[in-house]
Ligand binder design. Structure first.
Ligand SMILES: Nc1nc2c(ncn2[C@@H]2O[C@H](COP(=O)(O)OP(=O)(O)OP(=O)(O)O)[C@@H](O)[C@H]2O)c(=O)[nH]1
Ligand SMILES: [Mg+2]
Ligand SMILES: [Zn+2]
Length: 277
């Protein structure tokens, strides 16, 4: 039979088959081969013996939290309290894209803005829509719900943006604590394997406040490829890094305002971080 690991407690693995949840152990050879199953893994298991025989190939894997096979990431972003952080948003977008996770931008706290501020923020997010990203607000509950079936989803974003509030609105029975700094984000308290997948609307939700370690381990080229707006820029050098090159089309478009300045700054910051490593 096949199922998905939704919880790991020491050597006990909860395998969800859609119909039932079965606690299983691992075949001994996994330990010998140093294979560590993750929450999110799809597995082949023996239902009678309650033993996991095989871990199916992963679509993606993260180390913090220690999970795999994430399909959708709701990147929750408040426009105030805490202020909108374009660099964090872009970093999360790159992180998700590098892991083949489809990102969805979810805007919160629009109600705290003046009409003037709202117009600015709306045009900022219009830019992302034009790049092809899905953008919703935390009021679009039925749209958000319609995307969950069949997918393993995570709600990520910095502390205080309103992730728990949104989850409570999606499903009132959850009653997650809000307005508190989530404990799991506290340094040192993060037990990487201590996560669980919850079934919801025919999909699964990850019960983590997000990704504590945002370090990307990728090449310059990989990061560059995540900035979709660069693809249509035909710079004179095909391997243009869009940094020091003269005649760089990306830089020209940033000056003209067709490429959002904050996007370009995020790009520079990310490749700089990469070089430091
Ligand atoms: N005005 C306004 N306040 C909101 C909105 N969404 C959340 N809040 C408030 O923002 C505060 C933080 O919300 P939480 O849901 O706890 O934030 P969180 O993202 O879960 O934070 P962590 O668990 O620390 O990661 C709470 O006081 C919420 O009531 C919103 O759309 N508008
Ligand atoms: Mg929370
Ligand atoms: Zn260039």
């Amino acid at each position: 039979m096949q199922g998905q690991i939704t919880k790991i407690q020491s050597s006990l693995y909860t395998v969800d088959t859609q119909e039932e949840k079965i606690p299983c152990v691992l075949r001994g050879r996994f330990r010998k081969q140093h294979i560590l199953p993750r929450v999110g893994d799809y597995v082949v298991f023996d239902k009678e013996k309650k033993v996991i025989d095989e871990i199916l190939p992963r679509k993606n894997e993260f180390d913090r939290p220690f999970v795999s096979n994430i399909d959708l990431a709701f990147i929750v972003t408040s426009v105030k309290d805490p202020d909108l952080s374009p660099s964090l948003l872009d970093k999360l977008l790159v992180l998700m894209e590098l892991h083949a996770v489809e990102p969805i931008l979810c805007i919160t706290k629009m109600d705290l803005l003046t009409e003037e501020e709202k117009r600015k923020v709306t045009s900022f997010f219009e830019y992302y829509k034009k790049l092809g990203y899905r953008v919703v607000t935390n009021k679009d509950l039925s749209i958000i719900k319609s995307w969950i079936p069949g997918h393993t989803c995570v709600f990520t974003g910095q502390t205080g943006v309103g992730k728990s509030t949104l989850l409570n609105h999606l499903h009132s029975e959850w009653n997650l604590k809000t307005g508190e700094i989530s404990k799991a984000l506290g340094r040192g308290k993060h037990t990487t394997r201590n996560v669980e997948l919850f079934s919801f609307l025919g999909g699964k939700l990850l019960d983590t406040p997000g990704f504590s370690s945002l370090a990307l381990s990728s090449t310059r080229e990989e990061i560059r490829a995540c900035f979709r707006e660069f693809a249509s820029c035909s710079c004179p050098f095909s391997d243009c890094t869009h940094t020091k090159e003269k005649e760089c089309v990306v830089k020209r478009k940033v000056e003209e305002g067709t490429i959002l300045k904050s996007r370009y700054l995020s790009y520079l910051q990310l490749i700089k971080e990469e070089e430091k490593k």
